[in-house]
Design a protein around this ligand. Structure first.
Ligand SMILES: C[S@@+](CC[C@H](N)C(=O)[O-])C[C@H]1O[C@@H](n2cnc3c(N)ncnc32)[C@H](O)[C@@H]1O
Length: 248
């Protein structure tokens, strides 16, 4: 057995001591002790933004289904689409979180493209989710991805995406290109606004709490962006959890 396979086979409890980025389905996508919370916060944001079970959703870079394990049971059959080039993450999450029976019941669609073209997964999506994707890309890939999001979204659709701003976590603006992982890339609000504009989308920051990044919401129709007077409903607070006290 290789060291990678041994790590992948650790129990969830054993994997809690791994570093983010290591080869276990709870660790590869971020701090393993936050596997539950980071899924829950994505699900709560989407349902706060109005996600219904009839909606079609693309989870772009779905990883080990942190959000997917909540979204797949919630959405109607066939409405969850997950893009993930590292298919072992999806396999392990199905094996250890969801079970084959649920997959047979809910018919999620999975894709393994790695060219950042969301539109290859289809069009007319009501929601696109991209959590902790642009925190690992150069500007070139953000541009490619957002151009694809515009094509993939329904005219009334919304995308919820995260970015690291320079300074968050001590990370500087990333001047390079391509995919860097598990290293992190920061993009300034000015750079993000320029890319969003060029892609033909409209967007803005959300106050929804993220422990290391900043949430944005994007839309083809600016009228679909949540009005700022609703920001008080978009805070993502978690009570009774010392490690997330900054969310209060
Ligand atoms: C930090 S993880 C976030 C996963 C998931 N969005 C979540 O919040 O749990 C980044 C994910 O991007 C995936 N990824 C790597 N290359 C990609 C590509 N070309 N297109 C889409 N996703 C990619 C990684 O395999 C990993 O699962």
């Amino acid at each position: 057995m290789t060291a990678e396979t041994a790590t992948r086979n650790l129990s969830d409890a054993e994997a809690r001591s791994l570093d983010a980025g290591e080869q276990h389905y709870t660790a590869y996508v971020g701090p393993p002790e936050e596997y539950d919370l980071m899924g829950a916060t994505q699900f709560r944001l989407l349902t706060t933004l109005g996600l219904r079970d009839t909606h079609r959703l693309l989870d772009f870079g779905c990883g080990s289904l942190r959000a997917g394990r909540l979204l797949i049971p919630y959405l109607q059959r066939g409405n969850y689409h997950g893009l993930e080039p590292n298919q072992w993450l999806v396999e392990d999450a199905i094996e250890r979180q969801l079970g084959r029976e649920l997959i047979g019941l809910k018919w999620p669609h999975f894709y393994a493209f790695d060219d950042f073209r969301a539109d290859r997964c289809g069009s007319g999506f009501d929601f696109v989710l991209a959590q902790s994707i642009f925190s690992h890309t150069g500007r070139d890939l953000v541009e490619a991805a957002l151009a694809g999001f515009r094509l993939a979204l329904a005219p009334s659709g919304l995308a919820a995406v995260t970015f690291i701003h320079p300074g968050e976590g001590g990370i500087a603006e990333f001047e390079g290109s391509g995919w860097i992982y598990p290293d992190c890339a920061a993009h300034s609000p000015q750079t993000i606004s320029a890319i969003v504009r060029t892609s033909g989308l409209f967007g803005r920051e959300l106050p929804w709490f993220h422990p290391r990044q900043t949430w944005y919401v994007l839309a083809r129709d600016p009228g679909r962006l949540p009005p700022r007077e609703f920001d008080r409903h978009l805070r993502g607070a978690v009570l009774n959890l010392p490690s997330w006290r900054d969310s209060l």
